[in-house]
Ligand binder design. Structure first.
Ligand code: HDD
Length: 752
């Protein structure tokens, strides 16, 4: 009998395999038509999209030999087990009979589920939410007087990988929360990998790395209920920073527009610490690294940021990938502020080892030393973005660390964290982390060892491997630490006195902003403290603000309904630094989103669009056509958004070419529909115009589009509202307004 059962099962399996490889005859009785035509012949994996080439990395074993990257991916035309055995069925587990229990011997089932069960790795303890892109860095050669690093030489081209991130939220949190942003770049240089692990804020919450767990525990969601996600607007955060006043400078930036960037493409990046540079003659200088975005530094408004978190939580991730895919490659110029390497390590009285201090650009200009262009999206988010491991200690010859106590703690933390996050000490062999410089490190074994090392003597000195590998000298590019004298002193847990001024630079920052930017800071403090439950925390933070600026403190106190306290320390005189403000300049508009409302039943609105097409392309803008319904509007013209899928926050500017009447799905319920006859323009278009107006975006209209503006309550003559006879005339003026990012005059000045 068992033999019979086995034979039957085998026959069935064979029949099934025959079914799978032979396409069912069309119209065979009883067979439902497949939803799509399956391929009739076995075929290999799909070719990569042109922008998805795998990273050009050398394998650890092939290092220095020029061996091709050993990046494993799908191979062959058949589904297999992890051991390469071909499979005939992956939809049914192996059971004792059709309705029987599943058998323990089903290796494919166990292997498939086991692998799935372990697909997730621990997310980063901070900066868990991020997205990344590949690119290239080209040196200008302008740094050569102070730094010998080869990748900064004139015309030197280095592959890079940059990951942007938020700090507090978990991996699935929203992009546009109020937070600091990470800006980490891996330069795969010929002399070893250089990681510039930067933020979009030039100072940090703490002066000593030993406090990192404290600030992060305070900022993360409350441990009892795990809320709020990715926010600083809660009691534990404000409890900590109000008690720990060295955080004040960072908090000022965090509450400013810098906390809600418009795009990763429009943020500055700062290495924060002072680094030590060494030139070819061994002469050292101190330096701070800056990234300057080509498109300027721009932010969202808080209301926009909040709306986006619901409408499109992947806003920044999408923006980065879409820009790269459309060819609007994000560019950032790398710059350095250079200071003499004096024993005091100060510049104009500013302690260069204090990571809560900046050196205003007016005192030490940022000198451009190279250009980063992000030009390729990732092929696989997990393999690259999730597994990339940065480390502030990854430095090429020419760049060294200083004694900044925050940097010193980071030098420990980044290596340590990968052991649990990436599962062992061999994370450097993961393709995205492999150096492009030859690796011969004598590190052996360990979890996930990919290399098949040869030789018998992974120790030094040896004779059995011919004394290999050899030690390098400075003449062949060895990394030699600067022989920096260490102050003779007693061991103590203390900071220098110069670290104790916590209020001058926060005031400098606040007083360097334009009135509208200061108003945003006031509102951000009022919002965040307004979300705290504990009265004592709000009062304590007001006492901190009183030491920064009386106006700021008074306005926040007013919003909270609390008395404004007096300053407890003398409020210093500061000289504002105009470089800290984001307002007042004109920037390129490439890659900006422009929404265009049309009406498929209004041929004039479509005509206008045809006329504009080449002008929009020439300006490098990304147009999104919005109509009542999706699909083709007429030959060669598709709607990318409908009134249902479009929301104002996606656009940097809005063009209204028509006043479409309410579509059938315009109103949410029966009562609203009953009132509909009073509405002549689709209310979602009206809302779009109103929101763009409220968010100080440029708006242009022509033809019947003017009626939509009227219905939204904005008129010709309002700042940033352009009405004209021809689409070209309107578009030209809107693009000009877009260069300033927002129509700043639309904000009422409620601060002095
Ligand atoms: Fe950090 C990740 C930036 C202080 C410990 N940090 C991390 C990332 C960025 C920064 C951009 C994400 C890297 C990525 O995309 O994978 N961190 C900074 C800056 C700091 C800073 C600019 C101050 C100037 N960090 C800092 C301190 C410590 C850490 C003081 C610990 C003592 N940071 C880490 C970490 C992370 C990290 C726990 C989490 C994931 C990772 O390293 O790889 O080790």
């Amino acid at each position: 009998k068992p033999a019979k059962v086995v034979k039957e099962a085998l026959d069935k399996a064979v029949e099934k395999v025959a079914d799978l490889v032979t396409p069912p005859a069309p119209g065979r009785p009883g067979s439902a038509p497949p939803p799509v035509d399956p391929p009739s012949e076995p075929q290999g994996p799909l070719p990569r999209k042109p922008d998805q080439a795998s990273p050009a990395t050398l394998s650890a074993t092939g290092a220095g030999t020029g061996a091709a990257a050993d990046v494993r991916e799908q191979q062959g035309e058949y589904l297999t087990t992890a051991q390469g055995a071909r499979l005939y069925d992956t939809d049914h587990s192996l059971k004792a009979g059709e309705r029987g229990p599943t058998l323990l011997q089903d290796h494919h089932l166990r292997e498939k589920i086991t692998h799935f069960d372990h697909e997730r790795i621990p997310e980063r303890v901070v900066h868990a939410r991020g997205s990344a892109a590949h690119g290239v860095f080209v040196g200008y050669g302008t740094a050569s007087q102070v730094c010998k690093a080869g990748f900064l030489a004139e015309g030197a081209t280095t592959p890079v990988f940059t990951r942007f991130s938020t700090v507090v939220g978990s991996r699935g949190s929203a992009d546009t929360v109020r937070d600091t942003r990470g800006f980490a770049t891996k330069f795969y240089t010929d002399e070893g990998t250089f990681d510039l692990v930067a933020n979009n804020i030039p100072v940090f919450f703490i002066q000593d790395g030993i406090k990192f767990p404290d600030i992060i525990h305070a900022a993360k969601p409350h441990p009892d209920r795990e809320i709020p996600q990715a926010q600083s607007a809660h009691d534990t955060f404000w409890d900590f920073v109000s008690l720990h006043t060295e955080a004040t400078h960072h908090v000022m930036w965090h509450m400013s527009d810098r906390g809600v960037p418009r795009s990763y493409r429009m943020m500055e990046g700062f290495g924060v610490h002072t680094f030590r540079l060494v030139n070819a003659d061994g002469v050292t200088s101190l330096a701070k690294f800056h990234w300057k975005p080509k498109l300027g530094v721009h932010s969202l408004l808080w209301e926009e940021a909040q709306l986006i978190n619901g409408v499109d939580p992947d806003f920044h991730r999408r923006d980065l990938a879409d820009a790269i895919e459309s060819g609007a490659f994000p560019q950032f110029e790398l710059g350095i502020q250079v200071f003499p390497d004096t024993p005091e390590q100060t510049f104009e009285g500013i302690d260069l080892l204090d990571p809560t201090k900046i050196v205003p650009e007016e005192l030490a200009p940022v000198q451009a030393i190279g250009m980063l262009t992000l030009n390729r999206n990732t092929t696989n988010f997990f393999a690259e973005t999730e597994q990339v491991a940065f480390h502030v200690g990854h430095l090429p010859p020419g760049i060294d660390v200083t004694d900044d106590p925050l940097l010193q703690a980071r030098l420990f933390s980044y290596l340590d964290t990968q052991l649990s996050r990436l599962g062992g000490p061999n994370f450097g062999q993961i393709p995205i982390n492999r150096p492009h410089a030859p690796v011969n490190d004598m590190f052996r074994d360990g979890f996930h060892q990919h290399a098949v090392h040869s030789g018998v003597a992974p120790y030094k000195p040896n004779t059995l491997d011919g004394g290999c590998p050899f030690m390098a000298g400075a003449d062949v590019g060895a990394y030699i630490e600067v022989p920096q004298p260490v102050a003779e002193s007693v061991k103590r847990r203390e900071s220098p006195t110069s670290f104790q001024d916590h209020f001058t630079q926060p005031r400098l920052f606040y007083r360097s902003l334009s009135a509208v930017e200061r108003e945003h800071v006031v509102r951000a403090f009022t919002f965040e403290l307004g979300k705290c439950y504990e009265q004592a925390i709000k009062e304590r933070q007001l006492r901190v603000l009183a030491n920064v600026d009386a106006e700021l403190c008074a306005l926040v106190a007013q919003g909270l309904g609390l008395p404004a306290p007096e300053a407890t320390v003398p409020v210093p005189e500061v000289t504002p630094s105009p470089a800290l403000s984001q307002v007042g300049q004109v920037w390129p508009v490439e890659g900006r989103m422009i929404g265009i409302v049309v009406d498929a039943d209004d041929p004039d609105s479509l005509d206008g669009l045809h006329q504009l097409r080449s002008t929009i392309d020439a300006a490098g803008l990304t147009p999104l056509i919005i109509a009542a319904r999706g699909g083709q509007l007429e030959d060669g013209l598709d709607a990318q958004r409908t009134f249902l899928t479009a929301r104002s926050i996606e656009f940097d500017a809005l063009l209204v070419a028509a006043a479409p009447p309410p579509a059938p799905d315009a109103l949410p319920n029966r009562d609203a529909k009953a009132a509909a006859p009073a509405v002549s323009v689709d209310p979602r278009v009206v809302l779009m115009v109103q929101e763009c107006f409220r968010h100080a975006k440029a708006i242009g209209a022509w033809g019947t589009g003017r009626n939509a503006l009227l219905e939204a309550g904005c008129a010709e003559g309002d700042p940033g509202v352009v009405v004209g006879d021809t689409p070209a005339e309107v578009f030209g003026q809107v693009v000009e307004l877009l260069g300033a990012h927002r129509v700043w005059e639309r904000f009422p000045a409620t601060v002095a």
